[in-house]
Structures are given as structure tokens and as C-alpha cells.
Design a protein around this ligand. Structure first.
Ligand code: NAD
Length: 335
């Protein structure tokens, strides 16, 4: 039987020591807010590289409740000390831009692939009992051969980021299979919500859409027929917590879905409706984007529903409204 989530999660995380890599980023910081409410002792590790999604404002309100260590997961020496004594490791530090991974493949390799191996080696040597959840991505499937995509779908990434994230994910599975490290991975799709990067499209196109809408400027929709599904960040956070709290899922990988597929044009219309006005321009993908585009994607997330009782609870309209409200209030901290 799957336990009721909040009590179950309180029992798993109250007073526990939790390390979040990428903890000042969009998802990592939202996880930190939730863990503080659950009574955890939270340490956030983040490099705050300006082009990525890290932002000190993301932990606004948590001053005094979390520890923040500005360091880079490529630095094996500092990580060795940071990981010792931790009960849980939520491993979210990553380079997220697909285009940046093509322009600068070696940085993506260092962060999304090599560092993942060194993080696991460090855990194996200095904290083999830590329980790890890794933030993987649907990008590793490449262009879907069928929809919805389940975890058995072939992995054939279309860009450097996808190849490196795939390796990062598989190092986690490998370290479970060979060394018994308790690690599993969540393959996130398009995740959205308060604290996401809106400065540009490096994290998600939805970020720049929201920014332009709030600035009363038109945003661009490329190939409006394309289908996607969207996971609200609180639902993604719930999945991370449930996965970490359950030993039975170690070594496994799970897709996360959302509120069902929607075309990008429908999404644009929904946003304009929520914002009570706004315009967009429809155009085709620029050639350099088209080359690494995956086409339609939406997830089959039955595995995690069955294994952990997880399901997305936030409808797209509600999630987008909450996001718009957040940026109406705090946009200046994200530009
Ligand atoms: N947001 C999504 O839609 C989505 C989709 C699929 C996968 N993911 C994965 O989820 C994770 C979190 O993504 P996010 O959306 O919160 O992005 P984000 O950019 O907001 O968070 C990533 C964080 O990692 C930090 N970071 C990057 N390189 C680092 C390094 N070398 N050392 C220490 N910190 C470093 C960044 O500063 C940032 O704060 C990433 O691994 C990403 O690949 C996200």
C-alpha cells in the first residue's frame, strides 16, 4: 500500500541532513522550500554561474533556515567534505541549455557527465549510505518513435546535452547495480513554475514567453502544432521526495508527465488568456534549433504512479496562473 504523502514524507525527512546540488536553481530551490517545511537540515550547493538558473532570490524567506555553499560540483575536493554526513543527496546541478551544449560541448561534458561520475565516486568513498535522486531529462529519448513515451523507449539523444545527461543518469544506475549505492533518476519533461529562469530561453522557452508577456512585447511560437506536456514544479518536487523516501526504487528510472499533451499554439493562447492580453508571432524553427529539435513529446508516467503513488496534481491553467502571479510580483529579481 502506498502511504499518505505528507506524514510519510515528514517521517522520512524531519531532522535529516539533505544536500541539494543546484540548490539555488529553479527546481532545487523549490525542493529546499519544501524540505525546510518538512523539518530537514538543508545544505545547498550551487556555483551561481550567471548563464544558468541559479539565483539567490530563489531562497528568499529561507535565510537562516538553510546553509548555502557557493561551489562548483566540478571541484571534487570540496564535494568530498560537503557530502559527508548527509542522509540524502538531490543531485540537480546541471547545464540545461541544449543550444549551449552544442556551442560549448566540453563544459556540458564536464558538468553533466564527468562531474556526475566524480559525485558518485565521492559518495562511494565517503558516504556510501547516502540516498540519491538524480534529475535526468526526457531529452535523452531524442525524437520519439511512439507516444506517449515510456521508459522502455530507445535512448537516442539529438544533442550533446542529451548524451551527457544520459551518461550522468546511467552512472547513477551503475553505481547502484555495482556498489549498492541507493540512487534512482527522474526523467523530467518541461517543468515550469515560480523561480524558473525567465531572462532568456536557456532553461525553457516558456520563461522568455512569460517575460515578454509581462513586458507587453510579442513572444515567438515556433511550430505551434508541436505537442508537449508540462509538469508544475511542486509536482516535480513531490516526485523527488517520494523517490528519495522509498528504498524500493533504487536503481530505477522514472518519467514524469503533466496535465496531458497540449500544442504550443494552444499553450500560447492559454497564457495570453491568463495574462488577460498579449500577442505572439508564429514562425518556423530557426535552422540551428531545428537540427536538435525532438518534435512532439509527451510522457507515459504510469511507472512512477504505480511504484510511488505519484501523480501530477496541478492543472496547467492553475500552474501558469500561479507562475504569472509570482513574476508580476518578483520579476525584477529575475532579469
Ligand atoms: N526545468 C526543466 O524543465 C528540466 C527538464 C529536464 C531536466 N531538468 C534537470 O533538472 C535539473 C535542475 O534544473 P532546473 O530547471 O532547476 O535548472 P536551473 O538552471 O535553475 O538549476 C540548475 C542549477 O545548477 C547549478 N549548477 C550548474 N552547474 C553547476 C556546477 N558545475 N556546480 C554547481 N552548481 C551548478 C546552476 O547554477 C543552477 O542553479 C538539471 O539537472 C536539469 O538538467 C530540468
Amino acid at each position: 500500500m502506498i502511504p499518505e504523502t505528507s506524514e510519510h514524507l515528514e517521517a522520512a525527512f524531519a531532522s535529516k541532513r539533505v544536500l541539494i546540488t543546484g540548490g539555488l536553481g529553479f527546481i532545487g530551490s523549490t525542493l529546499a522550500h519544501r524540505l525546510v517545511r518538512l523539518g530537514s537540515r538543508v545544505l545547498l550547493v550551487d556555483s551561481l554561474i550567471p548563464e544558468y538558473g541559479g539565483n539567490l532570490f530563489n531562497v528568499h524567506g529561507l535565510e537562516g533556515s538553510v546553509q548555502v555553499n557557493i561551489s562548483d560540483v566540478r571541484d571534487e575536493h570540496s564535494f568530498r567534505y560537503l557530502v559527508q554526513g548527509q542522509d540524502y543527496l538531490f543531485n540537480l546541478a546541471g547545464q540545461t541549455s541544449h543550444m549551449d551544449s552544442m556551442r560549448d560541448p566540453y563544459t556540458d561534458l564536464e558538468i553533466n557527465c564527468r562531474s556526475q561520475l566524480s559525485i558518485l565516486e565521492t559518495c562511494r568513498k565517503y558516504n556510501p549510505g547516502v540516498r540519491i535522486v538524480f534529475a535526468s531529462t526526457r531529452q535523452i529519448y531524442g525524437k520519439p518513435e511512439y507516444l506517449p513515451v515510456d521508459e522502455k523507449h530507445i535512448l537516442r539523444p539529438v544533442d550533446v546535452n542529451g548524451v551527457n545527461k544520459m551518461a550522468g543518469e546511467w552512472f547513477h544506475v551503475l553505481y547502484h547495480n555495482v556498489y549498492g549505492i541507493s540512487a534512482c533518476a527522474l526523467r523530467l519533461g518541461n517543468t515550469y513554475g515560480p523561480r524558473m529562469r525567465i531572462k532568456d530561453a536557456r532553461q525553457t522557452f516558456l520563461g522568455i514567453w512569460i517575460r515578454l508577456l509581462l513586458e507587453n512585447k510579442p513572444f515567438e511560437i515556433w511550430d505551434g502544432h508541436q505537442l508537449r506536456d508540462f509538469t508544475f514544479v511542486d509536482d516535480a518536487v513531490e516526485a523527488f521526495l517520494l523517490a528519495a523516501a522509498s528504498r524500493s526504487v533504487a536503481g530505477r528510472v522514472f518519467n514524469l508527465g503533466g496535465d496531458g499533451p497540449i500544442s504550443l499554439k494552444q499553450l500560447g493562447d492559454l497564457l495570453v488568456d491568463i495574462a488577460d492580453g498579449g500577442t505572439y508571432i508564429e514562425r518556423s524553427f530557426p535552422p540551428e534549433r531545428k537540427r536538435i529539435d525532438i518534435g512532439d513529446y509527451y510522457a507515459n508516467d504510469e511507472s512512477i504512479r504505480e511504484a510511488l503513488g505519484w501523480k501530477p496534481r496541478t492543472g496547467l491553467r492553475d500552474g501558469l496562473s500561479e507562475t504569472m502571479t509570482y513574476y508580476r510580483q518578483y520579476r525584477q529579481h529575475y532579469l
